[in-house]
Ligand binder design. Structure first.
Ligand code: GLN
Length: 201
């Protein structure tokens, strides 16, 4: 893998621009992915925050569903934030009846898991292997429950009513967060992902 990997951001819906900027600042060549031919050009894929039911429909309409699944099955690294985490989950506890995911992470997600009263909140959390705490912004965020045997929890909510809930997971080259590091300007999660892409086999 080259030092500057090409990382695509799935650009059918959601906060695409923020991820493109964070990836560029983290040492990757960042490009939009809207069609299978664009997917074929990238070393890895980021799935942004947005609305997973809409993203699911558009991914299927743009003929990307099977193509992304095939790349994931072949070991392509992927990172999903918020709705992107839902897209990468093997199981959704409460999706729309026809909602499909791309899979890749042995987790069950629950959409909008933090409830109406606290549907958006912020917290300073510890991330395994990072020295300083990470400021995490949650916007109608999904919860992880439970994490399957193949995935590993990397961070949890630390304060407030949701303390202890898992909000970051990794399984091999696939990473996901319930929160949005692309909106806080802290590049550490994107840097970690770029590093995963650089060192992947
Ligand atoms: N609640 C949204 C969903 O179900 C995710 C919200 C987000 O990405 N900020 O897709």
């Amino acid at each position: 893998m080259t030092d500057q990997p090409t990382i695509g951001v799935l650009a059918v819906q959601g906060d695409v621009r923020e991820h493109l900027r964070m990836l560029s600042e983290s040492g990757a060549e960042a490009v939009r992915v809207r069609r299978p031919s664009e997917l074929a050009q990238v070393d890895a894929l980021v799935i942004p925050g947005g609305e997973s039911t809409t993203m699911d429909k558009l991914v299927r309409a743009f003929d990307l569903h099977d193509a992304i699944r095939a790349r994931l099955a072949a070991g392509m690294p992927a990172y999903g934030s918020c709705a992107g985490m839902i897209m990468l989950a093997d199981r959704i506890a409460d999706g729309r009846p026809d909602q499909q995911t791309l899979g890749g992470l042995d987790i069950t997600v629950r959409r909008n898991a933090f409830g109406r009263q606290v549907d958006s909140f912020e917290d300073d959390i510890h991330w395994e292997g990072m020295e300083a705490t990470l400021h995490a912004v949650f916007i109608r965020a999904p919860g992880v429950a439970p994490v399957g045997e193949r995935a590993r929890a990397l961070a949890r909510v630390e304060h407030g009513p949701a303390a202890g809930r898992i909000v970051a997971v990794r399984q091999g080259n696939v990473l996901a967060t319930s929160f949005h590091p692309e909106v806080t300007g802290d590049p550490r999660v994107h840097r970690l992902f770029v590093e995963i892409v650089r060192t992947c086999q």
